[in-house]
Design a protein. Structure first.
Length: 107
């Protein structure tokens, strides 16, 4: 069936819990680096670096390009790390809450 997934559906909740269980076994550092820094921060850096390259070429200010690229690398790396830390904490809290509910149901 096409459509939206009910995130409160017990099957969906269990699948998400299992998926997080697998990710959390790899560790916090691996998650933050992979999801925050490489995925999100890397994609944002590529997008904004491309925009800076085009804008510098069009405005004939290629002398500013290296500093713009360094600036973007610092900004998006930091933002990616912060996002990764936030997502780790959010997912971990949800996982622990769901695990607590699951253990209470089994009693």
């Amino acid at each position: 069936m096409l459509g939206f997934v009910n995130k409160n559906d017990p099957e969906v909740v269990e699948l998400r819990r299992r998926a997080w269980d697998i990710l959390r076994r790899r560790g916090k550092a691996a998650f933050v680096l992979q999801v925050g820094l490489l995925r999100w921060g890397g994609v944002m850096f590529v997008i904004f670096a491309g925009m800076n390259i085009v804008a510098s070429a069009v405005s004939n200010h290629l002398d500013r390009l290296p500093s713009l690229l360094v600036f973007n690398a610092v900004i998006w790396s930091g933002a990616g790390l912060l996002l990764g830390l936030y997502l780790w904490g959010k997912n971990e809290r949800n996982y622990l809450q769901q695990s607590g509910q699951a253990s209470q149901r089994s009693k």
